[in-house]
Design a protein around this ligand. Sequence first.
Ligand SMILES: NC(=O)c1ccc[n+]([C@@H]2O[C@H](COP(=O)([O-])OP(=O)(O)OC[C@H]3O[C@@H](n4cnc5c(N)ncnc54)[C@H](O)[C@@H]3O)[C@@H](O)[C@H]2O)c1
Length: 317
Amino acid sequence: VRKEIVFVKVSDIKRVLILGAGTMGRQIAFLCAMHGYQVILYDLSQDILDAALGRIGELNRRFVLQGSIDPDEPGKITARITCTTDPSEAAKDADLVSESLPEDPELKARVFAQFDGLCPDRTIFTTNTSLLVPSMFADRTGRPEKLVALHFHDVRTTNVVDVMPHPGSSPQVVELVRDFARSLGQTVIMLERENSGYVFNAMLTSLFSSALTLASNGVASVEDIDRAWMGVMNTPMGPFGIMDQVGISTVWIITDYWAQQKGDAQGAANAAFLKQYVDKGLLGAKTKKGFYEYPNPSYNAPDFITRNTETNTNLQG
Ligand SMILES: NC(=O)c1ccc[n+]([C@@H]2O[C@H](COP(=O)([O-])OP(=O)(O)OC[C@H]3O[C@@H](n4cnc5c(N)ncnc54)[C@H](O)[C@@H]3O)[C@@H](O)[C@H]2O)c1
């Protein structure tokens, strides 16, 4: 072990460095600051950091409105967050790094290697990757024993995280990362071994794949597939409603990627089915149209389960 592990307890962690201030980095920055950590938010441009701070302001307001934080908290939370585009400044005195860079193993490896040279020896590295596994770039980080995946879901609506070591992670570091996640009020799903997609996303991917196979093979309509799931499971949304929330282009990219990796013909048919929506700009809730139309999707109607007469019209015309 090149760099000694010096942390013995989670209270030794004071400063968290967030690499990448995009969709997830800003949420994680907010969550850490909300739980009292000093946060350094690092990205390539000041514009991105300014946008991130704007978004953190919105998160503050949302959390006040839902009663999760007191009205006097937002000022304190924002004051704990420092933004910088200077890597040395960012790395100085960081106790734990949370990486939310784009989903590219080469880029993650390169930036981790850069920060290995800049961070103190004690700094723990965590990655928020969705589908990669840490062993893909562990050696390139220069401190494989201090690398663990700490994967967040949408912090606005859930507090479940995955903690996933790779074979070279130090058990002591894994425990610290688990305790750190708990200190953020998160429920920790502990993986015993590496698995692409962790636990929840692995199940969700299978659900999406089954639903897409049914639809692309013309077995049942999008609405009836959702109706079956919702009617039996008593959930407010079915698989296609969930895909609209995730974003159809995101689901398409992942489906297409794995179909190509595995040479899977059904996966390719599922990707082609999704691509029809992507090509028409029907990306889901964020574009107000996807499998359903928003803000009032038909699955929200009280009689959606009992009324099964409509057909999905978004792809026609
Ligand atoms: N979006 C989600 O719902 C979600 C959920 C869980 C995990 N993740 C994972 O989190 C990671 C980030 O996803 P995201 O959706 O936040 O991506 P994003 O594209 O919104 O943000 C990535 C950020 O990284 C910055 N960046 C790129 N290269 C950089 C570099 N060399 N140095 C510093 N910053 C750099 C970009 O400017 C951008 O702001 C990915 O690995 C993704 O798989 C995403």
